[in-house]
Design a protein around this ligand. Structure first.
Ligand code: PEP
Ligand code: MG
Length: 567
């Protein structure tokens, strides 16, 4: 049995594919037959080229020209005569094995590109590294697993999955993920939920325990699974799988219902998305809006900033597909665990407390303005609300709003239309912001509580670190009190408060959030229908009384038990 953090609900049954970076053990060998080594090298180049062409075509079909361009760049590296000639030359002159010669020359190229001043050239180092690894694996006859061209349906077993892994993978073939690291709010977990594939994260060493081809079964809600189960256990999981699918079908009946408590308290159940593609899942799951569009994914998996036009197209697509439903688009929230190599940010001791999100946007307004222009231009296609992340002070909100006004003035000058009714809000994810909510609310139209970060900053618990995941506690009385403060600050000012952290979709916490008066709950699309069902079975007035008592309890355990007993 293995047990980790249940990250995405559902039951997975399937063969394992262990997806991890293999160590390349390459030592220098003196060789006799130069021809043989050079032929081996040429064969590896040919094979690499074929593989890259195939991946590029697959990516083009499934993911579009944009994502496929990564592989185009890789093919160009492979066609660089300088690189190929130097490797051939090294094999011949030094009479050494092809693998060693390749690694030496590739490493040399990487160092040259990394040291260039030009940002674009620096980026090429990553392409050279990727292509070099491919060539080496082909020389050594190692298997290259490519998530874009998966043939069979598999359960992926990985140390972690990067956003580029999840962006390029063939989603139809992935039955589930299990990973060594991560917690419920790590980006792999969030991605699994938006793909609606079951996942367990934080399994520590699962890549060592599961072998390729093992039969794996797991429950993504409970976080429990088995390797090569016996007949009886397998049957049990298959039955659980059918039950789960049946439950999802039943929930579909609530798809077009309003989200309303027994005593008619109406709330909005919205969804968190990462790309325009996710909107389909939101509508299929009865989402009443988008409570958080994480735009940073537009900036990731590429070599340069997305242009105003590219951003405009993405925002317009989401707004149009959502009709007149509200769509909250969050401005760039990069940094922390989300890197942008081409921004060339220096490594920091504490990236989660560092140069990130609104801090970068205020420091580099030229980046921020492109996004704001694209947002404003797209605003006429739907019901847009703009939200700034990682706000810690009134000055930051004023700074961001001043830039927004500048951009509006520029558009006015150019006679470009934009909606005049755009609400502007902020995320409350830093304790300082929660505490001065009464001051911040004067500057904005709404709050959205980002509990993923608010919990980590309030309790000083890294949300990515599975060693201390037991301390990452949404039921902590400090968190509940902070949420209550934020909602009260908004309501006193006659404004509304939502929540887009993962807590908002947790069935065990929804009763308290409803009782505290939360107006909008934004969650993974897959959690919306279960949340609608729970709310329809609760009485707001009762939950209000319950929540008032709950915030005065001493421990998370007491709160949990009290909520359970009260519903
Ligand atoms: C949050 O911090 O709660 C949040 C929603 O933002 P992210 O998970 O993208 O940091
Ligand atoms: Mg956050």
């Amino acid at each position: 049995m293995f047990k980790g953090t249940g990250a995405s609900p559902g039951i997975a049954v399937g063969k394992a594919l262990v997806y991890e970076e293999q160590e390349l053990n390459i030592s220098k060998e003196n060789i006799e037959d130069i021809n043989l080594e050079q032929t081996q090298f040429q064969e590896a180049i040919k094979k690499t080229k074929l593989q890259l062409q195939q991946v590029k075509e697959e990516a083009m079909k499934k993911l579009g020209a944009d994502k496929a361009s990564i592989f185009e760049a890789h093919l160009m590296v492979l066609e660089d005569p300088e690189l190929i000639n130097q490797i051939n030359h090294k094999i011949k002159e030094e009479k050494i094995n092809a693998a060693y010669a390749t690694r030496e020359v590739v490493d040399g190229f990487i160092a040259i590109f990394e040291n260039m001043d030009d940002e674009y050239m620096k980026e090429r180092a990553a392409d050279i590294r990727d292509v070099g690894t491919r060539i080496l694996k082909n020389i050594l006859g190692m298997e290259i697993v490519n998530l874009a061209t998966l043939e069979d349906s598999v359960i992926l077993v990985a140390h972690d999955l990067t956003p580029s892994d999840t962006a390029t993978m063939n989603k139809e073939k992935v039955l589930g993920f299990v990973t060594n690291i991560g917690g419920r709010t790590s980006h792999t977990a969030i991605m699994a939920r938006s793909l609606e594939v079951p996942a367990i994260v934080g399994l520590k060493n699962i890549t060592e325990v599961i072998q390729n081809g093992d039969l794996v079964v797991f429950d993504g809600e409970e976080g429990v699974g088995y390797i090569n189960p016996d007949e009886e256990l397998l049957k049990k999981f298959k039955a659980k799988q059918s039950e789960y699918e049946e439950l999802r079908r039943e929930l579909q009946e609530l798809k077009n219902n309003p989200s309303i408590s027994k005593d008619n308290r109406r709330v909005e159940l919205a969804a968190n998305i990462g790309t325009p593609k996710d909107v389909e899942g939101v509508l299929n799951n009865g989402g009443e809006g988008i409570g958080l569009y994480r735009t940073e994914f537009l900036y990731m998996n590429r070599d340069n900033m997305p242009t105003e036009e590219e951003q405009f197209e993405a925002y317009k697509e989401v707004l149009e597909s959502m009709g007149n439903r509200p769509v909250i688009i969050r401005t760039l929230d990069i940094g922390g665990d989300k890197e942008l190599p081409y921004l060339d940010l220096p490594k920091e001791m504490n990236p989660f407390l560092g140069y990130r999100a609104i801090r970068i946007c205020l420091d580099q307004p030229e980046i921020f303005k492109v996004q704001l222009r694209a947002l404003l231009r797209a605003s006429v296609y739907g019901n847009l609300k703009i939200m700034y992340p990682m706000i810690s002070s009134v000055e930051e909100v004023r700074g961001a709003n001043a830039i927004l006004e500048e951009v509006k003035a520029e558009l006015d000058k150019e006679n470009i239309v934009y909606s005049k009714a755009i609400e502007v809000g902020i995320m409350i994810e830093i304790p300082a912001a929660a505490i001065i909510g009464d001051l911040l609310i004067k500057e904005v139209d709404f709050f959205s509580i980002g509990t993923n970060d608010l919990i980590q900053y309030t309790t000083a618990v890294d949300r990515m670190n599975e060693k201390i995941s037991y301390l990452y506690e949404p039921f902590h009385p400090a968190i509940l009190r902070m949420i209550k403060m934020v909602i009260d600050h908004a309501h006193k000012a006659g404004k509304w408060a939502g929540m887009c952290g993962e807590m908002a979709g947790d069935p065990n916490i929804i009763p308290i959030l409803l009782g505290l008066g939360l107006d909008e709950f934004s969650m993974s699309a897959i959690s919306i229908l279960p949340a609608r069902k729970i709310i329809s079975e609760l009485t707001f007035e009762d939950m209000k009384k319950m929540a008032e008592k709950a915030v005065n309890l001493s421990t998370a355990e007491e709160v949990k038990n009290f909520v359970k007993a009260s519903i």
